[in-house]
Design a protein around this ligand. Structure first.
Ligand code: ZN
Length: 323
């Protein structure tokens, strides 16, 4: 068993626990359990880490973070306050915790400034952003391939830290496909489709030709992309608007990392290693939605080589995050 670094692990401050959005179609006891563990960064979490052989967690703000804050100034303030509170948590257990910043992408310049501040002053390892950001209304999203985000990506590239593109619930005005089947919203299905699509927007926009050293992390075994990239690639070569220096699958290998969060499935892991390379896959659990022990014992026994297991358990994360 290798000691593990788990990099998509969420928290909220105890004061935020009761404001967390509810998921009415979950069983009540599961909802209660998630809420309690999300707000704990003390004894309970550390004990679970010890039991599961998780040496370090990279913490990130759960829920939608500040991505749904419609007031831009308040988004900037909330991100700062939440990052400062997270820095204090990490400072209390620097041997067990690291952090990803939450960013007010409503204002790309402010987001770049906040990223730089948290990396420089707090030693944060990068950022985790919960999907698209709402601009003016919950039905008006910004996606990060849009030209106004280019200076943000250039700053991220200069800081040499990764951007974790984490899921968020679908736009309220795009819920028709889930009508009557709400159980498909969220981690069960919509997260992967939406986040995979957002990641593809980054690729086909040519962002990585402009910022060749920008690094994006996607969770849940690559949000379906390792399985979908071949067909996408075969089709977009016929699209007049797509002008890329490399093949879409090349960017997946050079600008992306995938994590195992919430997807402890060996055939999917093997396919992801095959498509992206064993140097591009990292361990994550998606605490507190999943159990640390489930993810950890699965990776310990998955039918992959021990060399790959070591890379996924810790070496890749250490290299990428400078741990
Ligand atoms: Zn997550």
């Amino acid at each position: 068993m290798h000691r593990k670094i788990a990099i998509e692990e969420h928290y909220v401050l105890p004061s935020m626990k009761d404001q967390m959005p509810t998921t009415p179609f979950w069983h009540d006891d599961y909802s209660r359990d998630v809420r309690e563990r999300m707000a704990d960064t003390g004894e309970v979490r550390i004990r679970e880490m010890d039991e599961a052989g998780v040496e370090r967690m990279v913490l990130s703000l759960g829920g939608t973070g500040v991505q749904d804050e419609l007031d831009v100034d308040r988004a900037v303030q909330r991100a700062r306050a939440s990052n400062d509170a997270l820095a204090a948590i990490v400072a209390g257990r620097p041997d067990r915790y690291s952090a990803f910043a939450t960013l007010p992408m409503q204002d790309p310049e402010a987001a770049a400034v906040e990223l730089e501040r948290t990396v420089r002053d707090h030693g944060f390892k990068g950022a985790l952003v919960n999907g698209y950001t709402s601009i003016g209304s919950l039905d008006t999203p910004a996606y990060y391939d849009e030209p106004r985000f280019l200076p943000f990506w250039q700053r991220l590239e200069a800081l040499n830290v990764p951007f974790y593109l984490h899921p968020r619930n679908p736009l309220p005005n795009q819920m028709r496909v889930y009508e009557g089947r709400r159980e498909l919203i969220g981690a069960a299905w919509s997260f992967a489709v939406d986040t995979g699509t957002h990641a593809l927007r980054l690729i086909t926009s040519g962002l990585f030709d402009r910022c060749p050293r920008a690094t994006v992390v996607i969770g849940h075994m690559g949000e379906l992309l390792p399985f979908a990239i071949s067909r996408l690639e075969a089709r977009v070569r016929h699209a007049k608007a797509v002008k890329l220096e490399k093949k879409p699958s090349d960017y997946l290998r050079t600008n992306f990392y995938a994590t195992t969060s919430g997807n402890f499935h060996t055939p999917s892991l093997v396919a992801t290693i095959e498509q992206m390379g064993a140097d591009r896959v990292m361990f994550a659990v998606d605490y507190p939605f999943e159990r640390l022990q489930d993810g950890s014992s699965w990776l310990d026994t998955a039918a992959i080589s021990d060399a790959d297991r070591l890379k996924i358990s810790q070496t890749n994360a250490k290299r990428l995050l400078g741990l």
